[in-house]
Each structure stands twice: as C-alpha cells, then as structure tokens.
Design a protein around this ligand. Structure first.
Ligand code: EZ4
Ligand code: CO
Length: 409
C-alpha cells in the first residue's frame, strides 16, 4: 500500500477547511484535517511545498515512522503550522490503515472502551433570558452538558456569545466564519467580567438545578491570580471545568490557580505537543486535556499525551469547535472511544453546506456521540461539492482594553 497521490483541498462551505487527501496505489483514499483557523494557507503551503513531495511512493502502513520522519527531519520542531500539517498526514494514514483492515478506526486503537461519548454544546446569551433560551434549546437537541458564555454589561461584544437573538429562528451560528479582510476588534474589561460571571452561573444553577454539567471558557484572558479568584468564586456552582483560565504558555501559572481552587481546570486547545503538557500533567495542575487531534500532530501523538495523562487520572476533553472539520472531529471520536481516560467531547454541529461537502458516519444521539462503524474514519470528501466553495479570507477577532492595549481575546 504505497502513497500514489497527495492532494491538499481547500474549501469554504460555511468556513475555511483544509483537507489532505491521500490515494494509494491500490486505490484507497485517506483523509486528514489540516485546518488552522485564520492561518489556513500557511498550512496549505507547508503541506504542498514541503510534505507532499516527501510522501510520494512511501509505504502508507508506516504511520509512526512517517510521523517521526516529518517531525525530526524538518529540524524545526513543534508550532501550530508544522503540527497541523503533520496531523493531517497522520490521520490520513490511520484512515487508510483502517480501510485496508476493513474496520472502523477505533478498533485499531484497541477497540471501544465505552458505548457512547458524552458531548457538550455551546450555549450563550447577551442576557439571562437569552442565555436560558439557548440552554433550553441545547437540552432540546439532546445535550447533557453545556458550556455557558455570557455578555458582560458595559462590553460591546464578546467572542463566543451569539450576536443574534436565539428566538430569531435562524441557525444560531456560534462561531461565524468571520470572513473579512481584517480581524474584528472587540473590547474587554477583566474587572467587569469577574464581577458579572458568578452571578450568571448562580442564576443558571437556580434555574436548571444542580445536576446539569456546566462548563465555562475564559479564553486565556486572566492573569493567574485573577483566575484563582474566579475559580474560587465559582466553586458553589460546581463547574464541570473552567477552561483556558490563564494564558497556556505559562505552565507554572496553573500552579498558582490550583493552590487556590478545587474548580476543575481544562487547558490546551492551542497546544501542539506533549511538551506543552509536561509540567501540567506531571504536577497534576489540570484535570482535562483540551488539544485537538488536528492541532497536536494527529492521532499518534494524542494517544501518547492521553496515555501520559492517564497515569495522573487526567482525562480528555478534545477540542471540537466548528473550525475542526468533520474529518478532524471523526478522528477525535475514534480516539475518544478507544482510550480509557475519556472525559467529554466538545461538539458544535457544522452547517448544511459543510455537511454536504463532508459526508459523515458519526452520530449525535440524546447527547452522545459515536464515530460509527464504517471502515476508516467514516468521512468522505465530496470533491466536486468542495470545489464550489473557494477559500475566503477570514480572521478570528481580537480584543483591546479601554485604553487601547491589545489583550488576549
Ligand atoms: O476559540 O477554535 O473551546 N473552544 C474554543 C474555540 C476556539 C476556536 C479558535 O479557532 O475556544 O471556539
Ligand atoms: Co476554548
């Protein structure tokens, strides 16, 4: 089974996606997600110029060897562009191996450790009625665990909060593609946020009771001592986790947070190797690993991260926003099903256009995901459909404080 063709396919149905499509000499097709939101074309160039030529004629069965070759031979290790590119190769090779074996991929990872995967969805609102509506809507869709994001009085717009009323009947686009020539500027005020958020979670608990698992994402906006204060103030509301409470690069910052609060901590959507977790896992400073298969180098290294985490009773919470393509989502679900230390899976449904480009076998039923039983990942790329949607420039937003200082968003 040798690699005969490698194509990098860029498509923008609801938003931009980059997919690596490998074809073997015996006619099997393997897919890997290489989408890096807002920097998509850098990964396209990395793949097209520097990886695709190296793959021609290679034995597609040698997944670990290919991964090590791409990682080590480049000399310049790590980084989101490099690791998204390597991830796409790794996932496409796993897809091929599982198709060659005639099995769903999770079988090759050791088989199912559970029957179904608990998912969480994103509720948000500009005020409490809108937020409650959004939570009810998610419960109506089956979600059994819900992330809560809220506007803050005095701030114009906050990333992750719906810009339109829930009741409008339109599809609620949690994370619009933000197609524009420049990133959108939003505002931020940590003091206002810290003053407001606990009252929102208190109200949600009062309305929805003690049993509903609730999550919250701070998006790296706080200093360690601010995060410690927030974790402490949210303890009465029993969060499932507090995510990215402080910038992830400073691993020791989490030590300070940990000393002050028993609110469970999740981190890592911007991480791309096990090294980013070295201190966090060994010193038990976190409870959930947030990396995406797509951004952390693929299934092979994610498996290693999760096995390392398992020694410390740390669980998975794999990143699953809509900027992970259905290919990347399927890869996460096969891994989730196989590992013992699965925690929860983030899941935001893609739009209809995206689902027409990526035909999928995974299911979401009564709040639980399952990757399906088709050989490989269980995702097909409809190439003609993909061709209808050329790349469009899009950027994530950013924050400035009132005095004009750029802040984490
Ligand atoms: O902002 O994937 O937990 N989920 C998140 C996501 C990230 C986007 C960035 O591309 O924080 O919404
Ligand atoms: Co996040």
């Amino acid at each position: 089974m040798r690699i005969d063709r490698a194509e990098v396919i860029v498509t923008s149905p609801d938003r931009n996606f980059v997919t690596l499509r490998l074809t073997t000499d015996d006619g099997l097709v393997g897919l890997g997600d290489a989408t890096l939101n807002g920097r998509e074309l850098a990964v396209v160039a990395y793949l097209q110029e520097h990886v695709v030529p190296l793959l021609m004629g290679k034995d597609a069965h040698r997944i670990e060897d290919t991964w090590q070759f791409l990682y080590r031979s480049a000399y310049w290790r790590r980084g989101p562009v490099t690791m998204a590119a390597i991830a796409a190769v790794d996932v496409a090779l796993w897809d091929l191996k599982a198709k060659a074996a005639g099995m769903p991929l999770y079988q090759l990872l050791g088989g199912a450790s559970r029957d179904r995967l608990l998912a969480y969805g994103h509720a948000s609102g500009r005020d409490l009625p809108e937020l409650f509506d959004s939570i009810r809507k998610h419960q109506g869709l089956g979600y059994r665990a819900i992330r809560i994001q809220t506007s803050v009085p005095g701030l114009n717009a906050i990333y992750g909060v719906a810009a339109q009323a829930q009741s409008s009947g339109k599809r609620y686009d949690y994370e619009p593609a933000q197609r524009a020539d420049l990133p959108k500027e939003e505002d931020w005020d940590t003091r206002a946020y810290l003053g407001h958020l606990p009252s929102v979670l208190e109200a949600v608990r009062a309305e929805f009771g003690p049993d509903l698992p609730l999550l919250h994402d701070c998006h790296h906006r706080l200093t360690p001592i601010q995060a410690a204060k927030l974790g402490k103030s949210l303890e009465p509301f029993d969060l499932f986790w507090l995510e990215d409470c402080t910038p992830a690069e400073n691993q020791d910052g989490l030590r300070l947070v940990r000393q002050h609060t028993t609110t469970p901590l999740a981190i890592g959507e911007v991480f791309n190797t096990v090294w980013d977790y070295q201190t966090l896992i060994k010193d038990q400073l976190i409870d959930y690993v947030r990396s995406a298969v797509t951004h952390a180098g693929g299934i092979s290294p994610m498996r290693k991260i999760m096995d390392y985490a398992a020694q410390y009773q740390i669980k998975s919470g794999i990143h699953g926003p809509t900027d992970i393509s259905p290919v990347g989502m399927a890869a996460a679900l096969h891994l989730d099903l196989a590992i013992h230390n699965f925690g929860i899976q983030e899941f935001m449904p893609h739009g209809d256009l995206t689902n027409a480009v990526f035909e999928q076998s995974f299911t979401f039923t009564r709040g639980y995901l399952h990757p399906g039983e088709r050989p490989g990942l269980g995702v097909d790329l409809e190439v003609d459909e993909a061709g209808k949607y050329p790349y469009q420039t899009a950027y994530l937003p950013f924050n400035r404080l009132q005095d004009g200082t750029v802040h984490d968003w």
